[in-house]
Design a protein around this ligand. Sequence first.
Ligand code: SAM
Ligand code: ZN
Length: 163
Amino acid sequence: MPSKIVRRNSMIHGQGVFATAPIRKGEEIIEYKGKLRTHAAVDDEYGGNDTGHTFLFILNDTYVIDGNINGNTARWINHGCAPNCKAFVIGDESGNPAKDRVVIEALRDIAPGEELTYDYDIQVEGPITAKDRKLWACRCGAPNCTGTMLKAAKPRTRKPAKA
Ligand SMILES: C[S@@+](CC[C@H](N)C(=O)[O-])C[C@H]1O[C@@H](n2cnc3c(N)ncnc32)[C@H](O)[C@@H]1O
Ligand SMILES: [Zn+2]
């Protein structure tokens, strides 16, 4: 099946992904591809990068998909506060986290020329700082843009108190 999307310059940020043909609500548009890596490996390599720019997708508690390596067009899809797409994690039936996959699906009908967006759902541990807000500022341009890609902070993981 010919691809219905193309990568080109975006008003939101850098390069984005645009529809080149009508896409129906519920249609699976593309799988997010890249090298499967552990959180530790990705933190080691990119932990010092504080630009907020990332081609990483958190797949599950064990793995991250690194779109920098063997990535495809999906890695260029920008975040939007009124997204027309959603990124679904499809869990492996046998429960093998290395076989989970991410697919991008249309949340509504999308017309040719529209930019594809999904909610990045960025979460940080602990309270959200001014630095986090700056790093993850949203410029999607939607009327309901919240100005940030961040969701409410995740509670810090605590070790149980000793008895
Ligand atoms: C996976 S890349 C998407 C492709 C990106 N536009 C590019 O040209 O490299 C994700 C990065 O794009 C930027 N980005 C994506 N959506 C954005 C938005 N709504 N507002 C501001 N920056 C955004 C952020 O720097 C984010 O870390
Ligand atoms: Zn926004």
